[in-house]
Design a protein around this ligand. Structure first.
Ligand code: HEC
Length: 124
């Protein structure tokens, strides 16, 4: 709670943007997962597109604007978002060629990157 209050004061507009973007990240990931569970290729692709568009925010917003802990490495956070971008590309290719097991491995990596950043950001 304290974190989100000081965060909101530090960068109110960025906070709104980041939360809206993260809601999209989650929506996209949920779609992808449903797509896997129901063997729905189109839904997986739609989910990937949503996560990809949301992840692009990190190229326009300075990651430092939403990190208010001095001991959090910007490089670590930047690397995480970079990995997500790369993994989404690999996943797209795997889905397109029907390699669903490979695609689901990339999905796990992306999920791990989401959680890793939250662990860093929220000191969880
Ligand atoms: C570079 C760091 C980073 C990455 C990577 C990241 N997030 Fe977040 N996420 C944040 C920040 C910062 C917040 C806002 C502060 C908070 O909730 O602690 C947030 C908040 C959220 C929230 C809560 C939003 C709200 O309205 O309270 C969700 C849901 C979420 N992220 C989902 C995801 C998903 C899904 C992914 C992976 C596809 C992801 N995030 C990847 C940094 C990240």
């Amino acid at each position: 709670m304290l974190l989100s209050i000081s965060f909101a004061f530090a960068a109110d507009r960025e906070a709104v943007t980041v939360n809206a973007t993260m809601a999209l990240m989650k929506q996209g990931m949920n779609l992808v997962e449903d797509g896997f569970f129901y063997n729905d290729k189109a839904q997986i692709m739609k989910g990937i597109d949503i996560v990809e568009n949301a992840n692009n925010i990190f190229s326009t917003i300075d990651v430092r604007s939403f990190i208010n802990q001095k001991n959090v490495s910007v490089q670590v956070v930047n690397n995480l978002t970079g990995h997500i971008g790369d993994e989404l590309k690999v996943m797209k290719k795997s889905i397109a060629s029907g390699e669903y097991s490979e695609a689901s491995k990339e999905y796990s990596k992306i999920l791990n990157n989401c959680i890793s950043c939250h662990i860093v950001i929220r000191k969880w």
